[in-house]
Design a protein around this ligand. Structure first.
Ligand code: PMP
Ligand code: GLU
Length: 397
């Protein structure tokens, strides 16, 4: 059977591919250190699991409303009001099978052939593929380490054309950890409001903030902006619930309705049991989150300190998420045995083969002079992984 062009153009998620490879090596007995995937290593908090068990026992095992049970959408509306200063009705919220699915639905109903989507680079890899799947053209706008990997209003202004449809914003960012301040967002908001574009604002890392950073949702800056923003969020990262597959979007009613109609013909409702667990996550005790954040903070300090101690590595201090995104260009041209190292891809391949350390090459996010290390692993594991990386880099000739 012949695949259509659309299917031939899709590349598999490199983050998930590297994770599968690392997990397979581990299962085969290798002592692998996995800095690959962005998945909290903590277990889902007990009270969340208990809510899922109770849902099963009480027979909540049937189809639900396509966009999620009303109780969950109310809890999400309360959360958005209390924490983000955003006033949405439950009808303006749709719950999907992970934030990746929420994003997919949003791109599908907002973008098509002939449209341009403005995507700051480095970008999380699935944005690029999801944009391409709609037929729209991704317009990459490069941000630099020197500017803290943040899009400036001037850059945005010059990227906008009559074909521009939406801007993708991701603060805190995967892979750079960059967090936009209120002032920086106000600068972007002014440009957005002076044009016809909308915004897809992925806020999934909002709870993972360091150094007193504050999360601001761009939609909260102006009601006119809220009317053309889709806010994306989910429970995977904040509540260590990656496997439960719950994400959500809040948007103007017409957009939410289109996304819900699309979802009604694909996955239908997200899993009923996971929805019950998400009510407990969002409305229940938040103390587990504090403990996870404490540990992430400790690991972040450690990993940044170690990277700063390696000659040639340049890394920003990320304000959020759980990734370090160092520039490794100083090592290009050096050799490991007969292998010359010229890119993040070379480095990731050799480190996995030679040192059993999994990490993600920067090409995944648009620039192969970088690598991404996810610090979603215990401190001892991180220490061991960095020992291996440091010794290996020092052995390059
Ligand atoms: N957005 C970003 C920036 C991410 O890193 C991820 C990670 N998986 C997602 C969305 C999707 O998360 P999930 O589908 O697990 O909710
Ligand atoms: N978003 C995470 C990452 O970047 C999880 C993997 C994925 O969904 O692609 O590693």
């Amino acid at each position: 059977m012949e695949l259509v062009r659309r299917a031939q153009g899709i590349s598999p998620s490199p983050t998930l591919t590297i994770d599968s490879r690392a997990k397979a090596m581990k299962a085969a007995g290798a002592n692998v250190i996995n800095f690959g995937v962005g998945e909290p290593d903590f277990d889902t908090p007990e009270h969340i699991k208990a809510a899922a068990v109770a849902a099963i026992q009480s027979g909540m095992t049937k189809y639900t409303a396509v966009g999620g049970i009303i109780e969950l959408r109310r809890v999400i509306a309360d959360k958005l009001r209390a924490e983000n200063g955003l006033d949405y009705k439950p009808e303006e919220i749709i719950v999907s099978a992970g934030a990746k699915h929420s994003l997919y639905n949003a791109f599908q109903v907002l973008c098509q052939e002939g449209d341009e989507v403005i995507l700051p680079e480095p970008y999380w890899v699935s944005y690029l593929e999801q944009i391409k799947l709609t037929g729209a053209r991704p317009v990459l706008v490069k941000t630099t380490l020197e500017s803290g990997f943040k899009l400036t209003p001037e850059q945005l202004r010059s990227a906008i054309t009559p074909r521009s449809k939406v801007l993708v914003l991701n603060s805190p960012s995967n892979p750079t950890g960059a967090v936009y301040s209120r002032r920086e967002l106000e600068g972007l908001a002014e440009v957005v409001l002076g044009s016809n574009i909308g915004v897809i604002s992925d806020e999934i890392y909002e709870k993972l903030l360091y150094d007193g950073e504050e999360h601001i949702s761009i939609a909260s800056l102006d009601t006119r902006l809220k009317e053309r923003t889709v806010v994306i969020n989910g429970v995977s990262k904040a509540y260590a619930m990656t496997g439960w597959r719950i994400g959500y979007a809040a948007a103007p009613l017409a957009v939410t309705k289109a996304m819900t109609d699309l979802q009604s013909h694909s996955t239908s409702n997200p899993t009923s049991i996971a929805q019950a667990a998400t009510v407990a996550a969002l409305a229940g005790d938040q103390s587990a989150l504090q403990e996870m954040l404490r540990q992430f903070t400790e690991r972040r300090e450690y990993i940044l300190g170690r990277l700063a101690g390696i000659d040639g590595v340049r890394c920003t201090r990320p304000g959020g998420a759980f990734y370090a995104y160092p520039h490794m260009g100083a090592f290009w041209g050096r050799k490991y045995g007969d292998n010359e190292v010229n890119s993040g891809t070379d480095l990731a391949k050799l480190l996995l083969e030679e040192q059993q350390v999994a990490l993600v090459p920067g090409i995944t996010f648009g620039d192969d002079d970088y690598i991404r290390l996810s610090y979603a692993a215990g401190l001892d594991t991180i220490r061991e992984g960095l020992d291996r990386i440091e010794a290996w880099l020092k052995a390059l000739r």
